[in-house]
Design a protein around this ligand. Structure first.
Ligand code: ADP
Ligand code: MG
Length: 232
């Protein structure tokens, strides 16, 4: 499998204040799919995504992506892994306010060995028409599409999305999800979306549920819908 997580543990705090954010989570996923991870607030979704993205070290267990063992990497190796293999999209857009849309994407392309074409990426998420605008001139949904472009211009192996529609109204959310879906199809990027919004799972190839720091189910979605038909 492309993604192999085995018995992942992450513990915050010590003694009485100890929190087992991941408590033996295991997960296998194939390359190129679109996956949605569901779970209540505090169940460990963000922690799992951060580990997949090499933002932090595990306290136990193993994590492999594309045959590369990410758990056990040094800090320096993790920086390189994040830079070349992972695209992140968060709830808030994290764009650089003083740079235009094109420049926000170009700065990431400039530090990447084999970036995708900036124009092609802007077209893929339909932001080319705003290329000379600044983030503050765009709506939340438009800014989130620029964040997706920033994340994918480095042609990452995986695109990790943490509550990416959490701050958007349902119409903008749907548009953003439509473009995530088209990125998955067009660039064959493996996409993982974490959310507490059950409706988003309609567009997944597989639906993964997290409870108390463990994966409680990982099932194929028999009724996959196009993002445009998802009822948010
Ligand atoms: N940096 C941290 N320090 C202490 N506790 C944390 C930290 N990050 C997460 N936690 C705790 O770990 C648990 C899982 O958090 P998280 O992965 O953010 O859950 P979710 O994304 O599903 O809401 C929660 O109880 C949270 O309070
Ligand atoms: Mg979270």
């Amino acid at each position: 499998m492309f993604i192999e997580v085995k018995g992942a543990k992450k513990i915050y705090g010590k003694g009485e204040s100890e929190v087992r954010a991941l408590d033996g989570a295991s997960l296998s996923l194939e390359e190129g799919g679109l996956y949605v991870i569901l779970g209540p607030s505090g169940s460990g979704k963000s922690t799992l995504l951060n580990m997949l993205g090499g933002l932090d070290h595990l306290d136990g267990g193993n994590l492999e992506i594309g045959g590369v063992k990410v758990s056990g990497m040094s800090d320096k190796q993790l920086v390189e892994y994040r830079r070349s293999d992972v695209g992140f999209v968060f709830q808030f857009y994290n764009l650089i306010p003083d740079l235009t849309v094109r420049e926000n994407i170009q700065v990431v392309a400039d530090i990447t060995k084999e970036p995708l074409n900036v124009d092609e990426v802007m077209e893929a998420v339909d932001v080319k028409k705003y290329e000379h605008h600044f983030p503050s001139e765009l709506s939340g949904g438009q800014q989130q599409r620029v964040s997706i472009a920033r994340a994918i211009v480095k042609n990452p192996k995986i695109l990790l999305c943490d509550e990416l529609t959490g701050a958007l109204d349902s119409k903008s959310a749907k548009t953003v999800l439509k473009f995530v879906e088209s990125v998955n199809r067009k660039f064959h990027t493996t996409v993982i979306i974490i959310t507490h919004n059950e409706a988003i799972a309609q567009m997944a190839d597989r639906i993964i549920r997290i409870k108390d720091g463990q994966v409680s189910s990982n099932e194929a979605n028999p009724a996959k819908r196009a993002a445009k038909d998802v009822e948010l």
